[in-house]
Design a protein around this ligand. Structure first.
Ligand SMILES: Nc1ncnc2c1ncn2[C@@H]1O[C@H](COP(=O)(O)OP(=O)(O)OP(=O)(O)O)[C@@H](O)[C@H]1O
Length: 319
């Protein structure tokens, strides 16, 4: 996996309940005895059943804020005028089709690329990140879709990869294996992941479980902002539900989450804010209270373009 950072100070407990608005996900079977129930919600609301979506507080300083950010690769406009707010305890979803600019946006937030125009602020301070290491030091952890795990190494070893604690001094210094085992088990449990054997090679876990371990790792290492690159893209319905539950658990632990996805159903299950990208530009930005799942889906599907196409087809086939 590819998240790392400084060991955390504190973080509150997580409760991973995710309301289900996607009928397929709502129907998904629960993964293990340790998992909590996924109550079904109407598609108009992803707040817990019956409760209205909490109002978005526009006065707080975001953990991360992009304001009219642009990025060009030579003549290619990868991003233009894109704005995004990421708040503690909230999930900001970035939706877009292939080539929309999602990866470019991640790379700017993760410190791999720098923006060409606009502003990028972390906790109110305008910033230009020089490297992924700098992003991590500022509390931004990115979990990529193709997690860089060592498949044959145990789960606990992957959990601490690159940040292994040691005990003893001088020639007696060695990795604190017992601490790593116990901590990995406890941290996964705290996120609601009851992995019976943390000694099993991480390669034996499902793709969804590996995503969950990466999320738990970011929380443990004290990330303030968690960027998730299409965490459900390669997963089936059931596994997607499990991963979204842990995305919500990270949010409930107080992190600000950026969820990149092309699936409006997945976004609406957990999202507080939605930014839609199309060919590098922002085609919409909404808080949860401002948009329904139907409308989000329509906009993602290129609502007005589809309408135009339908009219054209009707004209073309008219007698
Ligand atoms: N290194 C690069 N050099 C030149 N053009 C690039 C580079 N990276 C991305 N692009 C272009 O920038 C645009 C946005 O690409 P980006 O990868 O950010 O989109 P995306 O939404 O992540 O797409 P996908 O879902 O297919 O990964 C595309 O037109 C792409 O071809």
């Amino acid at each position: 996996m590819t998240t790392e950072g400084a060991p955390k100070d504190t973080s509150p407990g997580a409760d991973g309940a995710v309301p289900a608005a996607d009928p397929d996900l709502a129907a998904a079977e629960e993964p293990s005895a340790g998992d909590e129930a996924v109550p079904a919600a109407s598609e108009e609301s992803a707040a817990p059943a019956g409760a209205p979506a909490p109002p978005v507080d526009r006065t707080r300083t975001p953990l991360v804020e992009l304001d009219a950010v642009s990025k060009y690769y030579g003549n290619i406009r990868a991003l233009e005028g894109v704005s995004l707010e990421v708040h503690a305890g909230e999930i900001s979803c970035v939706l877009g089709d292939n080539g929309a600019g999602k990866s470019t946006l991640i790379k700017i937030i993760a410190g791999l690329h720098q923006h060409d125009a606009g502003t990028f602020s972390i906790e109110g301070e305008e910033t230009r990140l020089g490297s992924p290491r700098e992003a991590l030091d500022r509390g931004i952890a990115t979990v990529y879709q193709d997690l860089a795990v060592v498949p044959l190494m145990p789960v606990w070893r992957n959990f601490f990869l690159g940040s292994e604690p040691t005990k003893g001094v001088g020639p007696f210094k060695r990795m604190d294996v017992e601490f790593m085992r116990a901590t990995t088990h406890a941290e996964l449990l705290r996120m609601g992941i009851d992995l019976r054997d943390v000694d099993q090679p991480i390669g034996t876990l499902s793709g969804g479980e590996r995503q969950c371990v990466a999320i738990a790792r970011a929380v443990y290492f004290g990330a303030k902002v968690l960027v998730l690159d299409e965490p459900t893209a390669a997963l089936g319905v059931k596994q997607s539900g499990v991963v979204l539950k842990y995305v919500a658990a990270a949010r409930d632990a107080g992190l600000g989450v950026v969820l990149i996805t092309h699936n409006p159903h997945h976004a609406y299950l957990v999202g507080d804010r939605f930014v839609l990208l199309k060919r590098g530009a922002m085609s919409g930005a909404h808080t949860r209270a401002e948009i329904t799942l139907d409308e989000l889906t329509r906009q993602m599907a290129g609502g007005s373009e589809l309408e135009d196409l339908r009219h054209e087809l009707e004209r073309a086939t008219a007698p």
